[in-house]
Design a protein around this ligand. Structure first.
Ligand code: UDP
Ligand code: UDP
Length: 479
């Protein structure tokens, strides 16, 4: 709003920066955005708006968006209406990657929404999946453009380096090949998102386009912390990966500000996973969850069930059978087989509902997290100090798993199957491993140390705390 200066003249605009966030699809992308949005919205010196696209791909996204706007009424919603998009052009593609593409093709519609916004938009924070389309728009409008990167710094170094790697590659193979990221690590092709094995895949095209454009962003907010990925962060910052790389603000591990944005704040009620955990002994429960978009095949689910049963451990299992939650109509008894739920009654809880994972991981009864190593899950385990047993499935999970190991978050079953391989990991193997890691005091002690480092990073004066302050300072300085 217009204000009066001490001399009585009207000053147009406001001295508060207005940050417009452009998240992308999938809870793994939305939740870290919400965590940064609410961190800024609870300050009184920043205006925040969020580009919202309805309908969302999943029900969880719709619930959480509604939760955000009702809990934080000062956060403005900017509606973006997608242009018609013919998904049949890309048969067999993941619905979330398709939504990224449809967003990319509609993002130019944001130009007028950005330039017409009041108060004037001073900075944009975009999801990485839209970078190559959003950065040029922001530049044209003279607005700063930052990227909130929702995976690890190692993955960011891969994204930055792949275009250079491809331009140097002597023999053009069908895929990206092994990538030796300067100053970071050599990633064998088998660790990369499966899609990068095919240069013609939509994801690969997006990845390369975004990778080329990121050098033109004003900065990167990354949900990691210095003690977790010291090598990758140093290499990005000192120009080893790419000379002149934009500033990297490691501001993690990001935390939810309030359970109000988690629609299942009602979980304290009887029968909820958290209430069930309340009744279990300390560190006795294995928490099993593979994020919001990794569907595990039916045969493999049966083996996981057999493994949990054989382990003799208590367990809380969030089970998903489809990529998109709205499609998941399977009955637990059909999935798990007659009698399973009866046999494990009292010591095992299986749910298909959304659970408040941060609350579960914080719960003292949880002793191990069997996880797909989606990056948010890794950072949440690191915060809680719960050892993570990584069973990567797709996308960035294997790259994340290298950090699980190097950063002391847990252990990685490197030979366990990757999505698309038709090799089952047997119940026997799963049961043995779960038992073994549950009782491994060394792994537990390392996870506890990592969680202390995480707490230090975000506490006042810590590395992530200072990075966020620095970022906010930059928003204000260039207002
Ligand atoms: N999540 C949750 N409850 C669920 C399923 C997922 O709270 O029932 C959260 C989880 O805590 C994490 C995010 O959803 O913050 C999933 O992101 P992640 O990067 O772990 O995996 P993705 O879903 O992207 O594969
Ligand atoms: N990603 C990227 N550039 C892109 C698209 C994706 O760096 O152009 C990253 C993004 O951070 C994502 C990761 O690649 O976390 C793997 O993608 P996946 O489909 O597994 O996404 P997610 O599980 O995060 O939804």
């Amino acid at each position: 709003p217009a204000m009066q200066s001490p001399a009585g003249e009207l000053i147009s605009g406001s001295s508060r920066p207005h940050v417009m966030f452009i998240p992308s699809a999938g809870m793994g992308h939305l939740l870290p955005f919400f965590r940064v949005i609410t961190a800024l919205a609870t300050r009184d010196d920043v205006d925040v708006s969020v580009v919202t696209v309805l309908p969302t791909v999943s029900a969880a996204e719709a619930d959480h968006l509604a939760g955000l706007f009702s809990a934080f009424p000062t956060v403005r919603s900017v509606d973006l209406h997608l242009l018609p998009f013919d998904a049949s052009e890309f048969p067999g593609h993941d619905p979330f990657v398709l939504r990224w593409e449809s967003l990319r093709r509609s993002v130019h519609l944001l130009g007028p929404l950005i330039s017409g916004a009041s108060p004037r938009v001073s900075a944009i924070v975009t999801d990485v999946t839209l970078t190559s389309h959003v950065v040029p728009i922001a530049r044209e409008l003279g607005v700063q453009c930052h990227v909130l990167f929702v995976s690890c710094a190692t993955m960011l170094s891969l994204l930055a380096y792949v275009p250079v790697h491809l331009s140097k590659k002597a023999e053009p193979g069908p895929g990206v090949g092994d990538v030796d990221i300067p100053g970071v690590q050599r990633l064998p092709q088998s660790y990369l998102p499966q899609w990068l094995l095919d240069l013609n895949k939509l994801f690969t095209k997006q990845f390369i386009d975004n990778g080329r454009e990121i050098i033109n962003a004003d900065g990167f907010l990354v949900n990691t912390f210095d003690a977790l990925e010291p090598v990758a962060l140093a290499a990005l910052r000192n120009g080893k990966v790419i000379a002149g790389f934009p500033p990297v603000y490691a501001i993690g591990p990001l935390q939810s500000q309030t359970s109000a944005t988690e629609p299942d704040g009602k979980q304290e009620h009887t029968g909820s996973p958290v209430a069930w955990l309340d009744e279990q002994p300390a560190r006795s429960v294995v928490y099993v969850a593979f994020g919001n978009r990794s569907a595990v095949g039916r045969d493999q689910l049966r083996e996981i069930a057999a493994g949990l049963e054989a382990s003799g451990c208590r367990f809380l299992w969030v089970l998903k059978t489809t990529t998109v939650d709205r499609d998941d109509t399977a009955e637990l008894t059909d999935v798990l087989g007659e009698g399973f739920l009866e046999r494990v009654r009292g010591r095992g809880m299986v749910t298909k509902a959304w659970v408040d994972q941060e609350a579960v991981l914080r719960h003292p009864s949880v002793g191990l997290f069997l996880s797909h190593s989606g990056w948010n899950s890794v950072t949440e385990a690191a915060t809680a100090g719960v050892p993570l047993l990584a069973w990567p499935r797709l996308g960035d999970h294997r790259v994340n798993a290298t950090v699980v190991v190097s950063g002391g978050v847990g252990v990685w079953m490197e030979h366990w199957s990757w999505d698309g391989e038709d090799r089952l990991v047997t119940g026997e193997e799963i049961g043995e491993k779960v038992k073994e890691v549950m009782s491994d005091a060394t792994v537990r002690a390392r996870a506890a140390r990592t969680s202390e480092e995480a707490a230090k990073a975000i506490a006042e004066g810590g590395t992530s705390y200072r990075s966020l302050q620095e970022f906010i300072g930059k928003l204000k300085a260039t207002q």
